[in-house]
Design a protein around this ligand. Structure first.
Ligand code: F3S
Length: 385
């Protein structure tokens, strides 16, 4: 892979070991995947934040780095709400370690907002055609598919390396030829709200890492596209999809010959019922529209079960009245974290979710049984003692 003279200097250690390591990581990836050069990025979204997932080794690695990121960079959810961690049942020891991780990123110039929906916090991180280095799978999917920005499935270290250098290797989804759809998904059902997460749950398993092009009979809202992409990235490895008539690049390519048809019954089969001891919303982090919907469904009534809503701190701070109404209903609103990456959910036995992504991850990553239900069913379950 070609490096310009400035990049060569970094590669040779002239800016110190942190930048040298960062460019080594980028060039190693570029060489593996056949990149021709490094390209500038507009922003980075960095995973590897929760102490639950990175542990002591990750904390040490980040703490040893010296320097400042070159582009706006934001963090993925951490293992706890950075303010209400006691309410989550997080131990002092975990909280101390988590705090150290956040401070280590902060010292590198990374913004300490911890969210998988950075596009709902800042407008200027990614626009159509921008190259970015994002690493949370649902955020990657949203950036590529809904915004039309360009990112590969970065890991935490490669996203941080890209943030430090301000560049990433030019391969994969940065190139037109890899953004072409490879499988057509015809959906013969009217979809609504969590149905998109259920659809993503099914299609991700079938599509693997291919690029689906959807032909839908309903027009999804942005939150529904968020759910669809998140679920496909969890049950499969889909990092980019298109929806005919909806997403910005869908009309640019030929319709693929290979076709899958999804019927209503398959969507309904993802849902089930049961006796949850935790009902959790906000995977990916709830938007203001989703919070409003929950306020409407709760209608001022008190919940009788443990109910969590995960959202970004920015959304919480911007909408205190909504949060007050939710909390008045007995719901716990947690920021900076989520039901999957926090160890706090591990003390429950059965979690009800309206998210295809959470439904996929909760059993494996939290050791907790998962039930997928519609948003309305989740709220009804929360009202039952
Ligand atoms: Fe976000 Fe956690 Fe779901 S990081 S996408 S809320 S698993």
């Amino acid at each position: 892979m070609y490096l310009n003279p400035e990049e060569e200097k970094i590669f040779n250690g002239e800016r110190g070991p942190t930048f040298q390591k960062a460019i080594e990581i980028l060039t190693a990836l570029g060489d593996i995947y056949g990149a021709d050069r490094l390209i500038p990025i507009k922003s980075a979204q960095i995973a590897g934040v929760s102490y639950k997932t990175i542990g002591e080794a990750g904390l040490e690695w980040i703490s040893d780095l010296k320097g400042k990121v070159a582009v706006p960079s934001i963090l993925n959810p951490a293992g706890m709400d950075m303010e209400c961690w006691k309410e989550m049942g997080i131990s002092q020891d975990f909280a101390d370690k988590q705090e150290k991780i956040i401070r280590a990123y902060e010292a590198l110039g990374v913004r300490t907002e911890c969210s998988c929906t950075p596009y709902n916090i800042f407008d200027n991180l990614a626009g159509f055609g921008d190259h970015v280095a994002w690493s949370e799978s649902s955020a990657i999917s949203y950036a590529n598919s809904v915004i039309g920005a360009r990112t590969n499935r970065e890991g935490g270290p490669s996203a941080l390396s890209a943030a430090l250098i301000g560049k990433t290797a030019n391969y994969g989804f940065h190139l037109d030829e890899n953004r072409e759809p490879t499988i057509l998904i015809k959906v013969e059902a009217e979809l609504h709200d969590s149905d998109y997460g259920a659809l993503g749950y099914i299609v991700g398993e079938m599509a693997g890492d291919r690029v689906p092009l959807f032909k839908l009979s309903s027009i999804p809202a942005k939150d529904e596209l968020k759910s669809l992409g998140a679920a496909m990235a969890a049950s499969g490895a889909v990092a980019l999809y298109h929806v005919l008539g909806v997403t910005p690049e869908a009309g640019k390519y030929e319709i693929p010959a290979e076709t899958l048809t999804i019927e209503e019954k398959q969507i309904k089969d993802v849902y089930s019922s049961g006796e949850p001891d935790l009902i959790a919303f906000g995977c990916p982090h709830s938007s203001v529209g989703e919070l409003r919907k929950l306020v409407r469904l709760l209608n001022g009534k008190k919940v009788k079960k443990e109910v969590w809503i995960c959202t970004s701190r920015a959304i919480k701070n911007r909408h205190p009245e909504l949060i007050r109404k939710l909390e008045k209903s007995g719901v716990k609103v947690f920021c900076d974290t989520c039901m999957v990456v926090s160890p706090a959910s591990e003390r429950f036995t059965c979690m009800m979710v309206n998210s295809g992504k959470a439904h996929k991850y909760v059993p494996n990553l939290c050791g907790v049984k998962s039930i997928m239900a519609t948003t309305e069913e989740c709220v009804s379950a929360a009202m039952m003692g």
